[in-house]
Design a binder for this molecule. Structure first.
Ligand code: PXP
Length: 256
């Protein structure tokens, strides 16, 4: 195999440090301290999702995460629903990147991708306001051709492909479905790249399923949260990030 010398960036999603903090309503463990440790441990950036119900990250966390990322010269990827209320907060926060995600109060986590084609007008307006304010705009979508095309038309600079269905198919032992979803993401990555969209991946990624995703050569960033924070309970955050980075580099045939 020819070496592919560009490892994708690893963004660490620290939402579930806040989930743990909120279980007791206090200040510990602090997601901003976790973000600092994640960066010291090799994360290329921090991702956090300010949900409408504030179930984990809150407004003050987001402000402090942006300050931390500016201090350390690392990108903050602010995930949010495509609403006017969230837009106002993101415009004030001025993060490096904003990832627009679908959101429903009843879901346990972000289930499925954004309907970029159905919500074209709303997303185009929000994407333009964010881009004019200096944030890079990413849309969290399924890797299907019409959503990729629609993301481009909405003015996004990045698409993040939702890897949740692929992860679930593997968990359920459905190798054929996982392979079909992987093929769709490989094809989608080529389509997006040809349109000038940067390609990211995220959701449900683990040590066990990350390699085929990391091997997709158009991918420039992986955003991983729940598994790494969970694994940190057993092995610590630094070794968990190091192992994820090792697997990603190995998938690209890079020595680290
Ligand atoms: N990327 C996006 C857009 C997400 O919404 C999430 C979950 O909030 C992730 C990545 C990280 O997913 P996980 O926590 O399953 O690794």
């Amino acid at each position: 195999m020819l070496p592919r010398l560009d490892a994708p960036r690893l963004g660490i999603n620290i939402d579930h440090v806040a989930t743990l903090r909120n279980a007791r309503g206090g200040t510990h463990p602090c997601p901003v301290d976790a973000a600092r440790l994640a960066i010291a441990s090799g994360a290329d950036g921090i991702t956090a999702h300010l949900r409408e119900d504030r179930r984990h990250i809150n407004d003050d966390d987001m402000t402090r995460l942006q300050a931390l990322c500016l201090e350390l010269g690392k990108p903050l990827n602010f995930e949010m629903a495509a609403t006017e209320d969230m837009l106002e907060i993101a415009l004030a926060t001025k993060p490096h990147a904003v990832c627009l995600v679908p959101e429903s109060r009843n879901e346990r986590t972000t289930e499925g991708g954004l309907n970029a084609s159905g919500l074209h007008n709303q997303i185009t307006h929000i994407a333009r306001a964010l881009a004019e304010n200096g944030s890079r705009v990413s849309l969290f979508i399924e890797a299907v051709p019409h959503q990729i095309e629609a993301s481009h038309k909405c003015g996004a600079q990045v698409v993040e492909f939702h890897t949740g269905a692929y992860a679930h198919a593997l968990d359920a032992g459905d190798a054929d479905k996982a392979e079909a979803l992987l093929q769709a993401m490989r094809a989608g990555a080529k389509q997006a790249d040809a349109l000038g969209l940067e390609v990211h991946f995220g959701h449900g990624l683990t040590f066990g399923n990350v390699s085929p995703i990391a091997a997709i050569s158009e991918g420039k960033e992986l955003n991983i949260g729940h598994f790494i924070i969970g694994e940190a309970v057993f092995m610590g955050l630094k070794p968990a990030i190091a192992e994820m980075r090792r697997l990603i580099a190995e998938a690209r045939n890079i020595d680290i």
